[in-house]
Ligand binder design. Structure first.
Ligand code: ZN
Ligand code: ZN
Ligand code: FE
Length: 761
C-alpha cells in the first residue's frame, strides 16, 4: 500500500441540486478516502486523503460516471499535503446571496422512481408527485436562488418525519432533493367538472375519474409540470375532432403521449436515435414517421406523414396512461391555450381560459412558478435537430468557448426566445411564443425578469432585431433608453448565421458561407428578406446572393394565402392567370381583379426575397394548399408529399447576385400541364433549390476558397430539402454546419444576436 496523498478538486457546472454531494460521499466511502465535500459559489469543492491509486480511481469515476443530472463543465485538481481527517463528511456551505449558479432543467421521472411508483409495498406507491435528486421538477418550481426548498413552490409543504429522514441522509437518493414529497406531506390531486366547478373526487379517485372521462371521449385539462395540457383519446376521431373545433386550431398537428416505447412503435417507425431522445431525461416531443397501421385518428395531424410523440415524463402522466385491457393507448397532449396564447399554468386562469375547451380539470396543488412548454425535436443523421427548445433543455446554459459581456438579446417576433449571456454561459430562454398578443408579451417580460434574477445577470448591452416594430425590438429600445445601455440592432439573417456558428462552437474570425433561408426578416435595404446567401461571421456579413424580389400582396397576410402568392409570382414573371390553374380557381373573379390592381398599382404590396413564400407559391401553383391556417403549412404539406426517389430538378437563372426562380416556376407549370403526379413535382422543386444552393456555394468557393457552409433559418425545418442539400454539399467537398442544440428557426435567433453584439468591439 502506498503512502497517503492529498488532493483538492474544484468542479463547476450543474453540480448543485442534482445529487452531486451524496454521489461524492458514497464514492469516497467506497474507496476508503477521508476528507470533505461542500458547495461553493462556483460549484463544488472536494478535499481527499488516501493512497494515490484510490485518488485516481475517484477522479476516473467522477469524470466518467457522474450522477445523471450533473453537467461537469470544468474540473480542477491540486495536489496538497494529506490531512489527518479520519472520515469523509459533507460540510456546510456558505452561499453568498449574489453568486451565480446554473439551474437544472426539469427532468423526466427516473427508473428508480418509476419502480417505486408501481411497487405496492413502497410508501410512495401510486403517488403522482414522487421524485428524487435524479429526476423531477426544477426550473418550473424555482422562485429564486439559492436552490433550497423555501425558494421553491413546495415551501408550503413541510416535510413529514419519514421525508425529513431521507432528506438528511447522505446515502439516500433523496438527500437534499428539494421537491421531495410523499402521500403524507406532499401535493395532491383533485378533479373538477368544468362549468359547475364541483369537486368530484380527490387523490386516487380523481385520477380514476380522469381516466374514465378520457376513455369516454371527453376532453380534460390536466395540470402537469410546466403548464396545463388539453388531453383526449388520440384513437377516438370524434374526441379529436371536438378538441380541434373547440381549440380553433383547424390543421396544426397535436402532440401525442403513450405509456411506453413499445406503444409508440405501434404508431410510428423509429430509429435508435429517436428512441434515445424519447427516453432521455429531457423527454421531448419527437417528430416520427407515422406507421401505416397506426390507429391514431387522422385529425391529429392532417395531411402529414409524421406524428409527434413523447413519453410520460411525470409520475402523474404514467398513472394516467397506465395500460389496462380495452383502455386507449395514446393521448393527445396539446398545450392548453386558445390558438396563439401562451400555455395556461395557474389554476384560476385555467378555469377562466379553458372553460369552453375542457369538460373537466385534473388539478394539483403544487404551484408552477415558470410556465414551460414541451420541447420538440427531429433527428437528422442520427442526432437531435431541435425545433422548439423548452422543457427539459431550458434553462441549461449553452457553454461558450469564450467569455462574453452580459448581454440581453430579445429575439424575434415569432417563436420568440430571448438570450442572456454571463461569462461563458448563454441562457437561451425556453420557447416564449409568438409576440402577437398581450399575454405572450407579458410572458416575455416576466421571463426576462426571472432569468435576470435567477442567474444574477445585469445586462451591459442590449441586442434586438433590425425590425423596429417587433414587440421584442420595442422592448429592447425602451429598456436601452431607460437604462442608458448601448443597443445593437441586428439584421435577421446575420443573426441566423451567427446562431448556427455559435451552435457549432465556431471559434474563428474566418468568414463562412451562410445559407439563411426563412419566411421573413427585415433586410438592411428595407426589403423583406428570406432567401439569402451570405458570407460572414459574428462580426459582420455581406449579402452575396438572394432570391429575386417578388411582390407580397397584403404584406404578412400573404403568409395565409399561398394561392395569392402563386398568382403574384406568375404576375411578376409575366405569366397569364389561365382559368384552369389551381390558384386561379381558388379565387373568385372579383378577388382576382382586386389582386391584379393591387399588384399593378403596388397597393399594400411590399417586395420580398423570401424562400418560405416561394415554397408557398410553388405548392399552391400545383394545387396543394391555397389557404393556410398556420405559417408554413403549405410548405410542410408540400414537403410531406415529395417523392424521395425523384432526382429531376429545374435550373435557376443566375443574374449577378440574383437567383431568379422564373425558369423553375415555368418548368414546374409545364410539368403540371403534362399531368405529372404531385409527389414528383414537389421533389423536383425541392431538388431545384438544393442544386441552386450548391451552385451558389461553388461560385463563392471559386472566388474566396471558403468551404464551410452554415445552414440556418426556418426553411431548414424542411428535412426533405436538408437531406437533399447536405449530401450535395459534402460530395463537393464542402463542410456543412447545421443546428444541433438550438432551433434552426427563429427560436435560435437570440443566441446569434448576442454573439453579434459581443463581436462589435
Ligand atoms: Zn427519481
Ligand atoms: Zn413526506
Ligand atoms: Fe428567421
Amino acid at each position: 500500500m502506498s503512502k497517503n496523498a492529498g488532493l483538492q478538486i474544484e468542479v463547476s457546472g450543474i453540480v448543485q441540486g442534482v445529487g452531486f454531494r451524496p454521489f461524492v460521499y458514497a464514492l469516497a466511502e467506497s474507496l476508503h478516502l477521508t476528507g470533505w465535500v461542500r458547495n461553493t459559489s462556483g460549484g463544488v469543492q472536494i478535499a481527499l486523503n488516501g493512497p494515490p491509486e484510490a485518488l485516481q480511481a475517484f477522479l476516473d469515476a467522477l469524470q466518467h460516471h457522474p450522477p445523471p443530472l450533473a453537467r461537469l463543465d470544468h474540473i480542477e485538481t491540486l495536489s496538497v499535503p494529506p490531512s489527518s481527517a479520519e472520515r469523509f463528511e459533507i460540510i456546510a456551505s456558505q452561499p453568498r446571496p449574489d453568486q451565480f449558479m446554473p439551474i437544472s432543467p426539469d427532468r423526466a421521472i427516473c427508473s428508480d422512481c418509476r419502480r417505486e411508483l408501481f411497487d405496492s409495498s413502497d410508501r410512495r406507491y401510486r403517488y403522482p408527485f414522487l421524485n428524487c435528486t435524479n429526476c423531477g421538477p426544477r426550473f418550473t418550481i424555482i422562485r429564486d436562488i439559492p436552490y433550497d426548498r423555501p425558494n421553491t413552490t413546495l415551501t408550503d409543504f413541510p416535510l413529514c418525519p419519514a421525508c425529513q429522514e431521507e432528506y438528511h441522509n447522505p446515502l439516500d437518493r433523496r438527500f437534499h432533493a428539494q421537491p421531495i414529497a410523499c402521500p403524507t406531506c406532499g401535493p395532491q390531486l383533485w378533479f373538477e367538472a368544468a362549468g359547475s366547478g364541483a369537486i368530484l373526487a380527490q387523490r386516487e379517485n380523481a385520477l380514476q375519474i380522469a381516466r374514465q372521462w378520457l376513455h369516454q371521449g371527453k376532453i380534460l385539462a390536466v395540470k402537469g409540470l410546466g403548464g396545463f395540457h388539453l388531453v383526449c383519446d388520440a384513437t377516438n376521431p370524434q374526441a379529436v375532432a371536438n378538441l380541434r373545433n373547440r381549440k380553433k386550431r383547424s390543421d396544426k398537428p397535436f402532440a401525442l403521449m403513450a405509456f411506453d416505447l413499445d406503444t409508440i412503435e405501434q404508431h410510428a417507425l423509429l430509429c435508435q436515435a429517436e428512441r434515445n431522445l424519447l427516453t432521455s431525461n429531457s423527454s421531448p416531443i419527437v417528430l416520427l414517421t407515422r406507421h401505416p397501421a397506426s390507429s391514431i385518428a387522422e385529425q391529429v395531424a392532417p395531411h402529414q406523414t409524421s406524428l409527434g410523440f413523447m413519453l410520460p415524463y411525470t409520475p402523474l402522466h404514467l398513472l394516467l396512461l397506465e395500460p389496462e385491457s380495452g383502455y386507449p393507448n395514446a393521448w393527445v397532449m396539446t398545450s392548453a391555450n386558445r390558438s396563439e396564447e401562451p400555455i395556461a399554468y395557474e389554476d384560476a386562469d385555467a378555469r377562466q381560459r379553458l372553460g369552453n375547451l375542457a369538460d373537466g380539470y385534473l388539478f394539483h396543488n403544487r404551484p408552477i412558478h415558470m410556465r414551460v412548454d414541451d420541447s420538440v425535436v427531429r433527428t437528422v443523421h442520427q442526432a437531435a435537430y431541435p425545433l422548439r427548445r423548452a422543457r427539459g433543455y431550458a434553462p441549461e446554459s449553452i457553454h461558450l468557448h469564450r467569455s462574453l459581456p452580459a448581454i440581453l438579446a430579445t429575439g424575434a417576433e415569432l417563436k420568440n426566445t430571448f438570450c442572456l449571456t454571463h461569462q461563458q454561459h448563454a441562457f437561451l430562454s425556453h420557447h416564449i411564443g409568438d409576440l402577437e398578443n398581450y399575454e405572450t408579451l407579458g410572458a416575455f417580460e416576466a421571463g426576462i425578469a426571472h432569468y435576470e434574477r435567477l442567474f444574477r445577470v445585469h445586462p451591459e448591452r442590449i441586442a434586438c432585431d433590425l425590425h423596429p416594430n417587433y414587440l421584442a425590438s420595442r422592448y429592447a429600445h425602451q429598456r436601452a433608453t431607460a437604462e442608458a445601455l448601448p443597443l445593437y440592432t441586428i439584421q435577421h439573417h446575420h443573426a441566423h448565421l451567427a446562431a448556427c456558428l455559435a451552435d457549432n462552437n465556431w471559434d474563428s474570425t474566418e468568414p463562412v458561407i451562410g445559407l439563411t433561408l426563412d419566411g421573413s426578416g427585415l433586410g438592411s435595404d428595407g426589403v423583406i428578406w428570406g432567401g439569402e446567401v451570405l458570407i460572414g461571421g459574428y462580426a459582420s456579413f455581406q449579402r452575396v446572393f438572394h432570391l429575386r424580389e417578388m411582390p407580397l400582396p397584403g404584406g404578412d397576410l400573404a403568409t395565409r394565402n399561398p394561392a395569392r402568392m402563386a398568382l403574384a409570382c406568375l404576375w411578376a414573371i409575366g405569366q397569364p392567370w389561365e382559368a384552369h390553374l389551381p390558384p386561379v380557381q381558388t379565387l373568385c373573379e372579383k378577388e382576382r381583379s382586386i389582386l391584379r390592381s393591387q399588384l399593378d398599382q403596388r397597393i399594400n404590396t411590399p417586395f420580398t426575397t423570401s424562400m418560405g413564400r416561394l415554397f408557398d407559391a410553388a405548392a399552391a401553383l400545383i394545387g396543394l394548399r391555397p389557404t393556410t391556417t398556420y405559417e408554413g403549412q403549405a410548405a410542410i404539406e408540400f414537403e410531406a408529399i415529395a417523392d424521395p426517389n425523384e432526382t429531376g430538378f429545374y435550373p435557376f437563372a443566375f443574374e449577378g447576385q440574383i437567383l431568379d426562380p422564373q425558369p423553375v416556376l415555368l418548368a414546374l407549370l409545364q410539368d403540371w400541364y403534362t399531368g405529372l403526379p404531385t409527389p414528383i413535382l414537389s421533389a423536383r422543386f425541392h431538388n431545384s433549390i438544393a442544386q441552386m444552393l450548391l451552385q451558389t456555394c461553388l461560385q463563392i468557393r471559386q472566388q474566396t476558397s471558403i468551404s464551410i457552409v452554415a445552414l440556418s433559418g426556418g426553411v431548414w425545418q424542411n428535412l426533405f430539402l436538408l437531406l437533399k442539400t447536405l449530401p450535395l454539399l459534402e460530395q463537393n467537398g464542402f463542410n456543412p454546419l447545421i443546428h444541433r442544440r438550438i432551433p434552426t428557426n427563429d427560436g435560435g435567433l437570440a443566441l446569434g444576436q448576442a454573439w453579434i453584439a459581443a463581436a462589435q468591439d
